[in-house]
Each structure stands twice: as C-alpha cells, then as structure tokens.
Design a binder for this molecule. Structure first.
Ligand code: ZN
Ligand code: ZN
Length: 421
C-alpha cells in the first residue's frame, strides 16, 4: 500500500513538502521553505528517488538546494525561475550557497505540460497548467495504478498574463488540494473590480504628489500588476509617472517575455507583435527618494527582506502609500503593516508609519468560490486531502468538500501519514 506523508504545508502556507511512498519508491512533491522564519522540512534527502516541483515559489521550491537530491523534475520556465529565487535566497538568508544551486541545477530534468513521464518504476507523472504563475503546475500521478492529483497553487480564472488552471484531467482517486482561500469568508471581488480599486488607490496618491510603494514577489502577481498599471497608463486612465522596479523583477519579467508560449494567448500575441506589455520600467536607484510622484514595485512580497526594506522609510511621509497585494504570513513586517502598526523596525532604527497602508488582494490563488468551481470542473475524486492554508481555511475547505460533494475530506497536520487508497 502506498502512503503520503506530510513534511510541511499543513495548516500553514509555507514549507510545502509531501512524500509519496510505495514499496518500490519514494518521491517528494515540492520541498519548500517557510518564508516567515526560513525553516525547512525535516527530511533525509538520500531516501528520495526524486523531487517533483509544482512551481517556483519559495514555499514550494525554496529548500531544494539545501539538500542533495538525485533528481528534480519541473518544467523549463520553472527551472529558470527557481534559479532566480534561489539566487535571491542565497543573498538574503544564506541557508545555502551558490555551489548548492549549481549542484541542484545539474540534476534538474525538465518536462512539458501534459507530457507523461515515468519517474520511478511504479510512479508516472503528468503536469497540468495551474494558472498561478509562469510554469505553475498541478502534478498528476499514477502511483502503481492509483491516481493522485496534487493541485499545487491554483488559479481558476484567466488573468492578463496566464491561462486559467487546466481542468481537463484524467480520473482521480485522491486529490491533494490547496486552501489558501478555503473558507467562505475568503470570497474575493471580481478581477476587474480589484484592478479598478488598485488604479484608484494609485491615482489618489499620484494626484497628491506622493509615492506608491508596492511590495511583491518576484514572480506572479508582480507581472500581473505591472501589466495592469501599464494598460491603464497607456489608455490615459492613469497619469504616466516613472515606475521603478528592482533587479530580480526586471529579470523575471524578461523570463515571462522569453517564455511567451506558456502565457495567456492574448499577451503572447502582444509580445509577438513586438509590443512590450510591461511598458517602460526603470531600475531602482536612490533617485526614487527625490522623484515625485512615482511608483516603486519591489520584492519581497511580505516585506520580509529584499530591496523593499530600503524604501520603508518613505512611510514617514503621510503623502506616500504602501499597497499590499497578497497574503501576508504571520510574523512578517507585511502582516504588521496590514494590522496597522504605527512603527516598524526593518533595520536598527524605528520608522513611524505616517503614510497610508492598504491592501488590494490581487491574489494569484483561487478564492473560495473559485476552488469549488475547480472541484466541479475536474473528474470527481474519491477522497480529498486539504493543505496549503492556515488552520481555519484548511479545515473549512475540508468541511465544504465533505458537505458539498459528499467526498471524505480531511485537513491533516504536519507529520501525518495517510494511506493513499
Ligand atoms: Zn505559489
Ligand atoms: Zn504556495
């Protein structure tokens, strides 16, 4: 009998790491780090035949270079993006070194969406577009004849940069599903409404001559937000002001352009017609402190490390505004700002927060309704396991699946071992 064991990512967002263990083989689905405290899954790398990576976010791939794995499977854009996020990790947290990245790049095997791959003697896999970031995948496994779908992070709606999650999937025995927005309290406004809200907030600050600071992850909603801002500026609905981005963002935008065939067909056509959908971006420099008004888009998304920290002093000025656009984990500066603290201490000296802090949840994740729609579109699984959500969200989605679909559903805790069949 095969089992799944959860090394991380249960009742939390961070450190996703799921072991699939049969009599003959042992693999991992993702091997992430917890971005709030840099902790890693407690595993013994030599036991595993391979790691299969859903996408290039730190909570899914951040721990990989720390270990010595024999093989790492992912698709080509994910391999490139991982290199980028690992380099950032080396610079920021030093939990591994440049040589560890090189050693990991040497064992990466790339696969395309929907390409069937024999991973071990009794495990076959197929990746489906998950609609979450460039290259993001749901991983479909045939484990000795039993079918497992690991959704990874999914977005069920089409966005400006990406297609919606692929739901044309073969029959499923067990689904392991994310639950970032798994509770009925997590119903988000429509994308168009959010875009309008974001632009209105930016507009207000710019009209007042202030600066807008937007913390983002290098990959995902940052590209989406830049395309939205650029479109509104081009149409004249938003005043044209300089947009400053940091180095790793420029780099990942380049990758989005380079992998245009993995994007939404509309943006792919734009790129093929030699129009840059991201517009003119300026590399961050000290010039932003004197430039008024302007927009600063910088990593990291939870304001925990990264170049964004050096711009937080701008919050002393009440004219300026910081816009959070995604989930803020407990213990991060982003979460404190979201909770309305009056003072932050990114470095030695405390900074008073006199500027405005708001949140426009520009998520790359399916909201509650969207998760239910996703479950209705895919073949009905016989059993559901819910992870990648805080405790309330995970338990809530498990309850909804059980009540709505009459499917046994649980939200295990880290360390749990469950039979796969
Ligand atoms: Zn993600
Ligand atoms: Zn995630």
């Amino acid at each position: 009998m095969a089992i799944v064991k959860f090394h991380g990512g249960c009742h939390q967002i961070g450190k996703s790491c799921v072991e699939v263990n049969t009599k003959k083989s042992k693999i991992l689905l993702d091997c992430g780090m917890d971005p709030s405290d840099n902790s890693l899954p407690d595993i013994k790398d030599s036991e595993y035949d391979a790691v299969l990576v859903s996408h290039a976010h730190l909570d899914h791939c951040g721990a990989i270079p720390y270990f010595n794995f024999k093989k790492v499977y992912c698709n080509p854009p994910t391999a490139d993006l991982m290199y980028n996020v690992w380099k950032d990790t080396v610079n920021l947290s030093k939990i591994y070194k440049e040589e560890d990245i090189k050693k990991t790049m040497d064992v990466i095997k790339t696969v395309k969406y929907r390409e069937e791959k024999q991973v071990t003697s009794d495990i076959k896999m197929k990746m489906h577009d998950a609609g979450h970031i460039l290259g993001s995948s749901s991983i479909y496994l045939d484990v000795d004849g039993k079918k497992l779908l690991y959704t990874g992070d999914i977005n069920e709606i089409e966005t400006r940069t990406l297609c919606s999650a692929d739901t044309d999937i073969d029959e499923i025995d067990t689904i392991i599903i994310e639950s970032t927005y798994g509770s009925p309290l997590d119903i988000k406004p429509a994308r168009k409404v959010l875009e309008k809200q974001l632009i209105d907030e930016i507009s207000e600050t710019i009209e007042n001559g202030g600066k807008v600071i937007i913390p983002v992850f290098a990959v995902g909603r940052s590209q989406e937000i830049i395309v939205v801002i650029n479109n509104y500026m081009k149409s004249g609905a938003l005043k044209e002001v300089p947009i400053y981005v940091n180095g790793s963002l420029t780099h990942t935008i380049g990758m989005y352009m380079g992998y245009s065939e993995w994007l939404n067909p509309k943006i792919k056509n734009t790129i093929e017609n030699r129009i840059n959908p991201f517009g003119n971006l300026i590399k961050n420099s000290d010039e932003v402190f004197n430039k008024e008004p302007c927009i600063i888009i910088s990593t990291s998304g939870m304001v925990q490390g990264g170049p964004i920290l050096q711009y937080l002093s701008l919050l002393k000025n009440p004219k300026n505004k910081l816009i959070l656009t995604g989930y803020q984990a407990e213990g991060t500066i982003g979460r404190s700002l979201e909770e309305g603290v009056k003072e932050i201490t990114p470095f030695k000296r405390a900074i008073p927060v006199n500027g405005t802090v708001i949140k426009v949840e520009f998520s790359a994740h399916a909201d509650y309704n969207s998760l239910i729609r996703y479950l209705k579109k895919i073949p009905e699984p016989k059993k559901a396991i819910v992870m990648h959500g805080e405790r309330y969200q995970a338990l809530s989605l498990a309850m909804t699946i059980w009540k709505t679909f009459k499917i046994p559903a649980i939200a295990p805790t880290n360390g749990s071992i469950l039979p796969l069949f």
